[in-house]
Design a protein around this ligand. Structure first.
Ligand code: ZN
Length: 249
């Protein structure tokens, strides 16, 4: 076979593989879960040139049952125009120092989508102070303390929960610590607890049902730690997407 023929054969195989994975999703008769990965984009460029939202969306898009899009506070309508938010099944949020810039009318729309229409909401790390998170769980989200935690041990304390599927105890080499008490509404399930090299501990994976919707908070994801590139962390987020969307992988 000539080189061109080989190339064509390769292309054909790739197309077949793509069609097969698309077919698997379609066979189940379900449309892909539409995810918006939102960030305020203050992650340092040297650590996350594509942002937490870009890393998360790229990982989720490897799953044929998920269609993820990275959006940010810098986009028109702060990344959440009404038609996009209306289509969204699960909204993933990472904010840190620009919480106050998020428009209240957009927060209201998010809360309505979750409570009345069942959209899922996943808050990551410093989003414990994000306006939509505070509104959804009706709590201030204050921490008992924050600082350099050294290593973070993540313990699975609800191993049968769908968000813990395929996850066992693991350690992140360098993270910020958050300390209890975490001022949030009583969670439905504590899925993960973290202990830190600094001696602190924190409930680091929490779920709530809010009206028709599901909310998950995950602690890890400091902007100067490599956490968001960790496959285990990304798998937890993917599991949470399925759980929030009331779907199984
Ligand atoms: Zn942080």
């Amino acid at each position: 076979m000539r080189r061109r023929e080989w190339l064509n054969l390769g292309k054909g195989l790739l197309l077949t593989a793509a069609a097969t994975s698309l077919g698997v999703a379609q066979q189940r008769g379900k449309k892909p879960i539409y995810v918006l990965a939102w960030s305020e984009r203050t992650e340092p460029k040297e650590h996350y040139p594509e942002g937490h939202n870009g890393v998360i969306a790229a990982f989720l898009n490897k799953d044929p049952n998920i269609r993820a899009e990275a959006v940010s506070l810098n986009d028109p309508e702060q990344g959440l125009p009404p038609e996009k938010l209306q289509r969204c099944d699960v909204l993933i949020w990472w904010g840190h120092v620009r919480h106050g810039e998020v428009r209240d009318d957009i927060v209201e729309r998010i809360v309505k989508r979750v409570k009345d229409e069942g959209m899922g909401f996943i808050a990551l790390h410093s989003s414990h102070y994000a306006k939509p998170f505070q509104r959804l769980i009706n709590s201030p989200g204050h921490l008992g303390g924050v600082g350099h935690g050294r290593e973070e041990h993540i313990w699975v304390v609800a191993p049968n929960h769908p968000i813990a599927k395929g996850i066992t105890h693991f350690t992140l080499p360098d993270e910020e610590y958050y300390a209890e008490p975490f001022q949030v509404a009583e969670p439905e399930t504590v899925v993960f607890i973290s202990t830190f090299g600094s001696g602190h501990w924190f409930r680091s994976g929490l779920t709530w049902s809010v009206g028709k919707g599901r909310v998950f908070y995950f602690r890890s994801g400091h902007e100067t730690s490599p956490t968001m590139k960790d496959e285990r962390v990304l798998k937890i987020i993917r599991n949470a997407v399925y759980w929030c969307a009331r779907r199984s992988p």
